[in-house]
Design a protein around this ligand. Sequence first.
Ligand code: SF4
Ligand code: SF4
Length: 172
Amino acid sequence: MKVLSLSRALLATDRIRERFRSKITKEFEVLAKDCATCEVRGSCCTDEHFVNVRVTRLEAEAINRAMEKLTPETRARVLERNYSSTQRLSETRGFYSCPLYEKDSGCLVHNEAKPLPCIHHACYERREDLPPDAMLQEAEADVVRLNALVYGNAWSSEPIPIAISRFVPEKP
Ligand code: SF4
Ligand code: SF4
């Protein structure tokens, strides 16, 4: 039984994301390497041996809505990459090059739908400067609870390419 509307759950997910982002940015990211000067910029999003971010259906819905605001050309490029990443998932054992990364723009859902593990991630010189995993787990648990209120327990978290393909299943 649906006990929370999708629109209210998306708003609540936004609040969780922005609270989490604010804490990470203010308390931890100041100690991290500056992505603007990174010599391998974007590899953290496109390395198919490294990226294994999984999202709930609610987060997938937020990604889908953010994708609907892209230009047709950009959206087509995302879907092309998504198809390719999806095809390779079994070979790469669930890791993938994220289709939402574009060389010139970075993460295409940065403002509206960036997944929590992506916000949590940065490159730190010292291990003790990293944000605690418990912070991420707590925020993720809040989103999972919201997700269950809307969709029940029917949809477990999935890799981003699979989540996108559920909204746009056909080959681009
Ligand atoms: S998170 Fe790390 S690898 Fe990714 S762009 Fe920033 S500094 Fe580079
Ligand atoms: S969602 Fe954005 S930040 Fe996360 S892996 Fe994809 S492009 Fe990178």
